[in-house]
Design a protein around this ligand. Structure first.
Ligand SMILES: [Zn+2]
Length: 498
């Protein structure tokens, strides 16, 4: 097989090969080992292979061996390459999305700059009482409130007046509101930008104050009750989607920037709001104005894709509904509805508008429709806000309504007249159109009335004071006559005290 001769301390082997068959798993090391074994050399000997013309043969051999080895790994390699390609593809896609986001940010910033510039140029005549005007600007471009994945259980519960409104933090309420707009098909039907919807809701949240009662949770309650009524009364079959959008949006906006002191205080204290709106529903006018200030910012304008005519319709509808929440107009609005309800015509615009006004009124004062455990804490919140006002009125020497006076009011007296003379008559009228609300909404009201009457009897027995019957009659009277209350009641109250 071979001969050998000494050459610079290295050994030359001359192989005369006819054919060599290597195993398919053979590596260069294996081949080298084979030679070493065949020639009896130690395994770490350096071996050079030369072909018959004296050219170096080793590299070729090594390459062949490696190619063999690679060939068998090709499938493995294929998988790896495919994986890498997929990864690269994904990265390219993600980078592409980032580019889109960056582009969007850029255009938003540009718009914001232009808006700021144009605002600086404008005179300061518009709504200067918004001393915290800066609140109108959202804090960041893309709203980053954590996305809450609402469970199916929450989604189902959200459709009912029994929903426990106390369980949720602001972020969760925001997610719920967002869900309602999607669920009612408003986002899809009106091509609302979902990011704008988030930003708008966040801005709404920031523009409710932390009052004991008129706060963001109250906004959430009213909107959630509206959503419940839309579901319960199948309003989507009776109303257009524009009407549904108006109902929901008016509910969300209806108490924006409420200062915690009612219209009577505003008027008696001659506040800037009362002066601005000539004592005509100063608060409700203000809520509305703030709502449309927010819409005037392009990044919060959920109506951005509307044509001018549609926007006009939404604006008018929303204003009408928010202004209808002034309780001074309760009698007027309910009477007008009563005249229509027996021959109600869903194709008559005037009828529909009147019904929408009554619906937002129902939702606004619907706490007692909720289960007792949910409703009762709201009475404490309302009284806290009332007492805050009456204390201030006393300090400022302004008239104090008895139902706000911590010396005179109790929870049962506050609620009985209101449930009996305001809530039940209104809900019973709506019941004529939507009988399904009797069990779900009117019955809880009756139960609440009975419960508070029992509580009052206990209170009376404890105090042996039954002299205050006059009190809640006037309390309800106040709601029916609104501002004229003080002209009529104060002298009677004074007489009674003598
Ligand atoms: Zn309200």
């Amino acid at each position: 097989l071979c001969s050998s001769k000494s050459y610079y301390r290295s050994l030359s082997l001359f192989l005369f090969l006819r054919s060599v068959v290597f195993s398919r798993f053979c590596s260069p090391c294996d081949i080298k080992e084979l030679f070493c074994t065949a020639t009896g050399l130690s395994r770490n000997t350096t071996i050079s292979l030369l072909d018959s013309t004296g050219e170096l043969f080793q590299n070729v051999l090594t390459q062949v061996a490696e190619q063999f080895s690679r060939a068998f790994k090709i499938n493995e390699l294929k998988t790896e390459v495919t994986n890498r390609l997929a990864m690269l593809e994904k990265r390219v896609e993600l980078e592409g999305m980032k580019v889109v986001e960056i582009e969007k940010c850029r255009s938003d910033i540009k718009k914001l700059r232009e808006e700021m510039a144009s605002r600086n140029n404008r005179s300061v005549t518009s709504l200067s009482f918004l001393d915290d005007n800066k609140k109108l600007t959202p804090r960041r471009d893309v709203p980053s409130y954590p996305k809450y994945m609402l469970s199916q259980q929450t989604i189902d519960a959200l459709r009912k007046p029994t929903f426990d409104v106390w369980l949720w933090e602001s972020n969760e309420m925001l997610s719920c509101l967002e869900h309602m707009y999607h669920d009612l098909g408003l986002v899809k039907d009106f091509n609302i930008n979902p990011i704008t919807l988030k930003r708008w809701l966040l801005c709404i949240h920031d523009n409710y104050r932390n009052n004991p009662f008129h706060n963001f949770r109250h906004c959430f309650c009213v909107t959630q009750m509206m959503y419940s009524m839309i579901c319960l009364c199948n309003l989507q079959e009776k109303f257009t989607q524009v009407d549904i959008l108006i109902l929901m949006t008016a509910a969300v906006c209806h108490d924006l920037d409420h200062p915690g002191y009612n219209n009577t205080y505003q008027i008696n204290a001659r506040t800037e709001l009362a002066v601005r709106y000539n004592d005509i529903s100063p608060l409700e006018n203000h809520h509305c104005a703030v709502a449309f200030q927010i819409f005037s910012q392009s990044d919060c304008n959920i109506f951005a894709n509307f044509d001018p005519e549609a926007f006009k319709q939404i604006r008018q509808g929303t204003i009408t509904l928010i202004l209808a929440t002034d309780m001074a107009r309760h009698g007027e609005i309910l009477d007008s509805f009563k005249q229509k309800v027996d021959n109600f015509d869903f194709t008559n615009e005037e009828h529909v508008t009147c019904l929408k006004m009554v619906l937002i009124k129902c939702c606004d004062i619907s706490n007692e429709v909720r289960p007792m455990e949910v409703a009762e804490p709201w009475v404490d919140c309302l009284l806290e806000e009332y007492f805050m006002q009456s204390d201030r009125e006393k300090v400022e020497g302004l008239p104090v309504a008895p139902f706000m006076d911590r010396e005179k009011v109790t929870k049962p007296t506050a609620q009985i007249g209101f449930i009996k003379f305001v809530l039940i008559p209104m809900f019973e009228t709506v019941m004529k159109l939507f009988p399904q609300i009797e069990e779900v909404m009117v019955q809880p009201l009756r139960e609440s009335r009975d419960r508070y009457e029992e509580l009052k009897q206990i209170d009376d027995a404890m105090n042996e004071v039954s002299s205050d019957h006059f009190f809640y009659y006037y309390y309800y009277y106040y709601f029916l006559t609104g501002i004229s209350y003080f002209l009529l009641i104060i002298p009677i109250g004074a007489e009674k005290e003598e």
